[in-house]
Design a protein around this ligand. Structure first.
Ligand code: GLU
Length: 428
């Protein structure tokens, strides 16, 4: 499917539109490999539902501002739609569409019984007070209320949102339906039905896959170096777990800057520094680094754990890492993916690498539905087991097909979704 946006050739595509085109081209490749006809391809290419809502906000000073929010449900052939809610100034309908499609493939690849969805509000949360963010969350939730629910679509945190956001969503939904419905969201605080181990799940999963990837390349973690782009929910935890495993985490960046330490960054000390200052900048035990240079460092493993479209045809030829583990969703453009593949870089795609979050979201939903809680050790063990089983099976299929991990993963996931659709049949 071509983009719905016709832009002059000179105008650069927005991050969201580029992500949506990237997602579409991955699907087109998979649909062609699977020999699907145009009808089936279109059915998988187009989101089942898209909702755009106005979110009026009364600012603390009394002014009214009207924000825009989205919820896109890409597919529910295998179960309820599932996916995060992003608060970011760059959120657009195309970005949410791309992220919702990737959620569908992620859930199918990990065999989590969900379809894919994503939500977003175009807002820079750093510029609003906590009370304002609560009002935005509650109004957005009530606007999308008709299409969410524990059996319909289950939001979770993503960039710019957290467990407090999920508590407000759960409360707003519950007040509106008249009873408490913990399973309408995942990534909630543990005190209201969140799962132990959910907040660290994505980064733990990225670390499990990074270590498995290094081992697959014949490298020992204790002799390896890594660079992590992003020091948020995913990047900070990944850096910490990799350092715990003996990997020298030489560089870390955030949206304000980057730091470098040849012998490895003291990640707990950096975490403390960021907790006090809000940025990695100014960390005394590291040297400042140009954030764009981080992606081109001579390290064994590179973990892009920030946003989409950071590895492009411009910088991909200069990447020196042997292994890239996509902590973010969609960090590699289609053109960069081809270049990295030609260079022999092993790229572990997002739909596997960062699936730890939705796996433990699934555990949270299961626990909530049964009102029976697992221990942190049980959650961690089941997470690790699922991530590594999916990794091993993906590596084996990719060796069989001779295709990259991403192409093999997308083909596997698309086939699972298409098979579910075909066996159910089309209504009417
Ligand atoms: N936002 C996360 C992701 O992109 C988690 C989604 C979820 O847990 O539903 O995978």
């Amino acid at each position: 499917m071509t983009s719905t946006h016709v832009l002059p050739a000179t105008e650069p595509l927005s991050r969201g539109t580029q992500a949506w085109e990237n997602a579409q081209s991955q699907l087109t490749d998979a649909a062609q490999s699977l020999g699907y006809d145009d009808g089936l391809h279109q059915l998988l290419a187009r989101p089942r539902r898209e909702m755009t809502v106005s979110v009026p906000l009364r600012r603390d000073n009394g002014d009214v501002e009207v924000l825009t929010g989205y919820r896109v449900q890409h597919n529910f052939s295998r179960g309820p739609a599932k996916g995060g809610l992003r608060f970011s100034p760059d959120v657009s309908l195309d970005e949410v569409r791309a992220l919702s499609m990737w959620m569908t493939w992620k859930c199918a690849l990990l065999d989590v019984p969900y379809g894919g969805a994503k939500g977003g509000v175009t807002i820079d949360p750093r510029c609003y007070s906590t009370r304002e963010l609560e009002r935005v969350t509650r109004r957005y939730t009530s606007e999308i209320l008709p299409i969410i629910g524990p059996e319909r679509d289950i939001p979770a945190p993503d960039i710019g949102t957290d467990e407090r956001t999920m508590a407000w969503m759960m409360d707003t939904y519950s007040v509106n339906v008249g009873y408490t419905v913990p399973s309408v969201v995942t990534g909630k605080p543990v005190s209201i039905g969140g799962s132990l181990g959910r907040s660290s799940a994505t980064s733990k999963g990225v670390a499990h896959i990074s270590l498995a990837g290094l081992e697959h390349l014949g490298l020992q973690p204790g002799k390896c170096s890594a660079a992590v782009q992003g020091f948020g929910k995913v990047g900070a935890g990944t850096a910490a777990y990799l350092a715990d495993a003996g990997v020298r985490v030489q560089a870390v960046s955030d949206q304000y800057g980057a730091i470098y330490a040849e012998d490895g960054i003291d990640v707990p000390a950096l975490t403390e520094h960021v907790a006090h200052t809000g940025t990695v900048n100014g960390f005394p035990d590291g040297d400042p680094l140009d954030p764009s240079a981080l992606l081109e460092l001579d390290v064994d493993a590179l973990v892009p754990a920030a946003v989409e479209g950071v590895l492009t045809e411009d910088n991909a030829p200069r990447v020196r890492a042997k292994l890239i583990v996509e902590g973010a969703n969609g960090p590699t453009t289609a053109a960069a993916d081809q270049i990295l593949n030609d260079l022999g870089v092993l790229v572990v795609p997002d739909i596997l690498a960062n699936a730890g979050g939705v796996i433990v979201s699934y555990f949270e939903w299961v626990q909530g539905n049964q009102a029976y809680w697992w221990t942190a050790a049980e959650v961690d063990e089941r997470l690790k087991q699922r991530m590594l089983a999916a990794w091993e099976s993906l590596v084996a299929s990719s060796q069989e097909t001779g295709l990259s991990l991403r192409r093999t993963a997308t083909i596997t996931a698309v086939k699972r979704v298409a098979d579910a659709h075909l066996i159910r049949g089309m209504y009417p």
